[in-house]
Design a protein around this ligand. Structure first.
Ligand code: HEC
Length: 116
């Protein structure tokens, strides 16, 4: 029993951290912000902003459906900038990963999800 316990515990811990979408978020290095959405945001918000993966399954910690134009159109750019920089609940803060100017440039990307 004791022999089995530690490896099982380590396995459980490893799979838990691998499933944490807020882990190892890359820093924005300049360049294409659409690519940064794919690298840093899509793991929770989905490639198309819906909070679902390519098979339509809801992602863990998806939080907000950017394709829901009724909801998205009620949101102010300034609120989205603030949440992205400072975080909110399970939404990680990105202020150490990207500048405010970069976040501002990302707003049209988030707006486009609802426009489709
Ligand atoms: C670890 C998962 C995760 C990652 C990664 C993530 N988000 Fe979020 N995001 C969330 C969650 C969860 C919420 C909902 C927060 C709440 O309202 O409680 C959210 C909310 C938001 C909101 C506010 C939406 C609203 O009006 O309620 C914006 C804007 C946003 N995210 C932008 C981004 C951007 C831009 C990135 C990438 C740079 C990103 N997020 C990466 C999980 C994530």
């Amino acid at each position: 029993m004791r022999r089995l316990f530690l490896p099982v515990l380590l396995l459980a811990a490893a799979s838990l951290s691998a499933a944490d979408p807020a882990k190892d978020l890359p820093k924005f290095q300049g360049g294409d912000l659409n690519k940064y959405w794919t690298d840093a945001c899509a793991r929770c918000h989905g490639a198309n902003g819906s909070g679902r993966d390519n098979s339509g399954k809801p992602l863990p910690d998806n939080g907000f459906d950017f394709t829901d134009s009724r909801k998205a159109n009620k949101k102010k750019d300034s609120d989205w900038i603030k949440v992205t920089l400072d975080g909110k609940d399970k939404m990680p803060a990105f202020k150490d990963k990207m500048s405010q100017a970069d976040v501002e440039k990302m707003i049209p990307i988030m707006r486009k999800f609802a426009a489709k």
